[in-house]
Design a protein around this ligand. Sequence first.
Ligand SMILES: Cc1ncc(COP(=O)(O)O)c(C=O)c1O
Length: 658
Amino acid sequence: MSSLSRVSALCPFMRHAHAKASSDIFSKLSPRVNGSCPFLRNMSTTAFDNVVAKLSPCPAGAAFLKQRFSTSAAANAAAQPKASPAPLPAVDAPMHTAALPGASPVAMSRATAALAEHMEKLRSEGRYRVFFDIERSAGSFPAALNHTPPTVAGAGASSTASDAVSEPLPVTVWCNNDYLGMGQHPVVTEAMHETIRRSGAGAGGTRNISGTTPHHTLLERSLADAHNKEAALVFSSGYVANDTSIATLGKLIPNLHIYSDALNHASLIEGVRHSGAKKFVFRHNDYVHLDQLMRAHDPAAPKLIVFESVYSMDGDIAPIEQICDVAQQHGALTFIDEVHAVGLYGDKGGGVAQQRGLEHRIDIISGTLAKAYGVYGGYLAGSAALVDTVRSFAPGFIFTSSIPPAVAAAAAASVNYLKSSSAERYSQQARAAALKRKLCAANLPVIVSESHIVPLMVGDAALCKAATDMLMAEHRIYAQPINYPTVPRGTERLRLTPSPLHDDTMTDRLVAALLDVWRRLGIPHAHPLAVRPADPAEVPTIDPQAYSRPAVPPHVDPLYDIVTGAYLDAPLATVAATLAPTAPAAATASAAPAAAVSAGAAEMVLDAAALASLKAAVTDAIAAQRTGAEAVTAAAAAAHGQQQQQQQQQQQHASMSV
Ligand SMILES: Cc1ncc(COP(=O)(O)O)c(C=O)c1O
């Protein structure tokens, strides 16, 4: 194969040029070749000679060579292609624009060193991510095959095990987000097969250009109906839905103030960041703090509150009603991410807002089709006007190919199925409760969450990885370690996701395996976040459709948030001051290390003594604040009661006057 053909085969630009060999191509080609083509740049002298020989007979090629190498003999030779070929000089000069002598290698090695340093840090902290090649067995999930060779899995030597050659091993999966097993449900897989047979594989375009099919339209109608909203819009993922829609709202609404929960998912955080809007981070699930922040800033500014329903790492649930109350008081729009709740809560599977009868108070709901619905894609549901605006302006919707028709059809089948069938939801909650009870009985550090998610605390990245390796290698149980930055340092964990397809035998095997691993690795049986009842029988089974108000106030734990550094926006001193305006001197004194905490820092470093005194100071403040929050809740309840009474009186009055 000639050099030119070789280059052409490898290089998209040259391939194009070679194939067309037309006179104008080089004028198009030259700016792109200029420094951007790795193949031409690194071509050997001989190869270069060959290229020149091929280009020279062509007038445009000759002009191109002249333009690029006008000072060299090569250019002269190229300019007179018919003349007997003068020996070309040894052309060692790269074809890209001349860089400052010596600058490029230095810059390149600095870039490489910086990347290597990041990777080294990751490895040294035991946070290097190793992907297991897990092949789920349709029809017998949670059974799966692990294709990862033990050396790769154990040593963490590779980021992927795609070069796996050893025999796959059967495993039981305990960390999958196909919460209900809908990914293998015949209704779903049949819809996918049937659509592939009829329409083929891909959509072939963006939604605007040939990528909208009846399957997409029907899916959006079905989603709107599942959420009792006017409209819905499908995106390529839940991540994209969050990121692009929040960013778009922030760009379109002048002076939008965005209020974002401190533990929001990365896709929401990125959306807020990309919006360029002014942002305020309220303490996790702390609607009192949200209210304070809103009071403290421009009351006339348009506002958007961004939060989740089920927080996927702790499994706690937002105080949606109280957040809606605050939103109403301040005229704010509400954006709730129900990614870990859709399909699982509410009589139509619309999520926790639906289960709590609050859907009408939420302006925008975002969801995924890739977890409980078992397929792929993400979406928004809301008013027709809002959805149409995002459809018309969001780059993440407009400039990307639409999901394949078969994916849309399978997702629609799943959404429709879970709109009418609740058996899976109930069964999942029963399995989750059974697992929580067994973990409590085994004295393992489980967070008995308000949801279907079962976090088991380890508290150390390396131990967490070792535990999951041991579970896989010796017990054939797959549970991925969850480390920083997915969770704060010191709160590393296993995140167990029981489904209706896990049975008692599997659950017992899991608990026995965990006890074995905990004992052999010396993992503590207690963790500050592992809150569980003394009596396992007290673990409730959640009714996914009927919500009853919890006896205790919703999860508000500023102390935890401070310690774990969840306050991304506020230096610790400010946080302490906000929490405890009248707190003892310790609060201020101990806040000194906060100097080390810059705004926007992802984590907080405190020495033990400072941390202890800060904890003591803020504990008082939190107690005071909780009392305040309860008072606010009580006042709100009283006001709500009064309002209802008034409404009843008005209704009576109205009916009497008809
Ligand atoms: C809370 C939350 N929102 C959004 C997403 C993104 O959803 P998807 O997986 O569909 O991109 C995730 C993903 O895990 C999530 O946990």
